[in-house]
Design a protein around this ligand. Structure first.
Ligand code: C2O
Ligand code: CU
Length: 515
């Protein structure tokens, strides 16, 4: 895989060099026991978990060097925000107290909440003004690995550090020796480790999003020993991975560890080894992995991001020490109990297409998909894209130009539904099965995220997908067609958008209405 990035090598080298010469302070952030995140949470008499969240200005030591402090925006003063842990079926009560100088909300990514709790300003609630508060109260129907983040001025609020993990524990958890939660992120920092203010830069919107120059795991750059995670030989580890970056896609290499995938986007999947040597984790996506540390063997195992050729990032190093906890890998079924999600009825499904177009060099891919017959002229004109359908490349260029003229870089079905006020992309009645084909007619990868529902990933380019996992975010490669299906059982207006946050700003967003 070869991808080019807008990554600034000089700034990165400066930071890496600076940290190396000044000596890196081990922060231990990667091996933090999951229980530490409970600070500030309380359980009330009815069994609900209370976790107030207060977004505001804070300082963070992202490069694990006290000489470099970064002014961030954080929940309760820490990056990531406090880890919220609840049991499946429990109720969560979060009072959002806005200590920022701008409006905010909280979105509970992947949680099937009632619409009024979904945190999308102007769609599901009014934005919470500085100094104001808002109460989020909802039950957690599904076990798994989820997260929370603002949905107002999202590029900047996430880019400055507002996000945290929300772990919903199974009533009958998988027996493991150790659980790790790694929230991956990247930051665009200048020479003094301050956050670059250029949010929503045109280049980022039209290309791969805001790619940072410093990668962090749980808010700490895993440079030198800051990335070391002490483990015991023979241990069984459950690793919950989340990608909270604005635009960066991670492609993780696990050395000789051969992890088993047991859940994707929170939901249990038939335990399996990854299909490809690298585990692809787009913005918004999660994986739960089981890793058995070999009883004997290498002195350490490196986890490395290899998405961009020639620019690999160290993520962590698992370092076994001490006596083995067992003399061979444990047996035992890794299958988690499925969440109770409504099964799509494909025979009765209503079918819709969403065609994503635009961005730099997108006209080539769009015209290829038209030439190959996957996007028909009828389909284009039905969606108001007849200029492209009728006039081939010339018409397409015109359409692109008129979109750019309107300030739109990306389009869904030929329009920017956020701006043109034409209402939802798709309207469904409650209980209907929706079979969606998502077509990426652009030159870029897009992690498309649906709110309020989990969907089954059925097929890519007509080939059935193994295990048909339940997801809330699906990564789609340039020119690919992905089929998903879900039961529209949650009434309300739900966003479906690209989780490369700069792409969403550029128009890659729309609404699915469930009546
Ligand atoms: Cu995690 Cu609409 O997003
Ligand atoms: Cu995108």
């Amino acid at each position: 895989m070869t991808f080019k990035s807008s990554f600034s090598a000089t700034r990165r080298d400066f930071l890496l060099g600076g940290a190396a010469t000044l000596g890196v302070v081990a922060a231990g952030g990667l091996s933090m026991a999951s229980a530490t995140g409970r600070a500030g949470a309380s359980e009330n008499a009815g069994g609900a978990v209370n976790m107030p969240l207060r977004p505001g200005a804070a300082q963070a030591s992202l490069v694990a060097d006290p000489a470099y402090q970064t002014a961030v925006w954080a929940y309760n003063g820490i990056v990531p925000g406090p880890e919220i842990r609840v049991r499946q079926g429990q109720r969560l009560h979060t009072r959002l107290e806005n200590a920022l100088a701008q409006e905010t909300t909280i979105h509970w990514h992947g949680i099937r909440v009632p619409n009024a709790m979904d945190g999308v300003p102007g769609l599901t609630q009014a934005a919470v003004k500085p100094g104001d508060s808002f109460d989020y109260v909802f039950d957690l129907p599904d076990a798994g690995t989820y997260w929370y983040h603002p949905h107002a001025n999202t590029t900047e609020q996430l880019g400055r550090g507002l996000y945290g993990a929300l772990i919903v524990e199974e009533t009958d958890p998988l027996p493991v020796d150790r659980e790790l939660v790694w929230m991956l992120d990247d930051w665009r920092l200048n020479e003094s480790a301050a956050i670059d203010d250029g949010f929503n830069a045109m280049h980022d919107v039209g290309h791969a999003g805001r790619i940072g120059n410093v990668v962090t795991v749980n808010g700490v750059a895993p440079m030198g020993t800051a990335g070391d995670v002490p483990v015991r030989p023979g241990e069984r580890i459950r690793l919950r991975l989340l990608n909270a970056a604005n635009g960066r896609i991670f492609a993780l290499d696990f050395d000789e560890l051969a992890p088993m995938v047991i859940a994707m986007d929170g939901h249990p999947v038939t335990p399996h080894r990854n299909d490809t040597p690298l585990l692809l984790l787009g913005p918004g996506m999660r994986f739960d992995l089981v890793i058995d540390i070999p009883v004997s063997g290498k002195p350490s195992f490196a986890v490395t991001d290899r998405f961009y050729d020639g620019m690999e990032n160290a993520i962590a190093r698992l370092v076994p020490s001490g006596a083995p906890v067992r003399d061979h890998a444990p047996d035992g079924d890794l299958a988690l109990k499925p969440n109770s999600l409504p099964e799509p009825d494909l025979g009765q499904a209503v079918k819709h297409d969403l065609i994503y177009s635009g961005g730099m060099m997108g006209d080539m891919i769009l015209s290829q998909m038209i030439r190959s017959g996957h996007i028909t002229p009828e389909k284009l004109s039905a969606m108001g894209m007849e200029s492209a359908a009728g006039a081939g490349m010339g018409g397409m260029a015109n359409m692109m130009r008129s979109m750019f003229g309107a300030g739109n870089i990306w389009a869904v079905n030929g329009r920017d539904p956020d701006r043109d006020g034409n209402g939802p992309l798709v309207t469904l009645t409650r209980g209907q099965t929706c079979h969606l084909t998502l077509m990426n007619a652009t030159a870029w990868l897009h992690p498309i995220h649906l709110h309020g529902h989990a969907f089954r990933l059925l097929a890519r380019n007509d080939a059935p997908v193994r295990h048909q996992p339940w997801l809330d975010t699906v990564l789609i490669e340039p020119g690919d067609r992905v089929e998903i299906a879900f039961v529209a059982d949650n009434p309300g207006d739900w966003l479906i958008h690209c989780h490369i946050l700069e792409h969403k700003v550029g128009g890659m967003s729309g609404v699915i209405r469930v009546l």
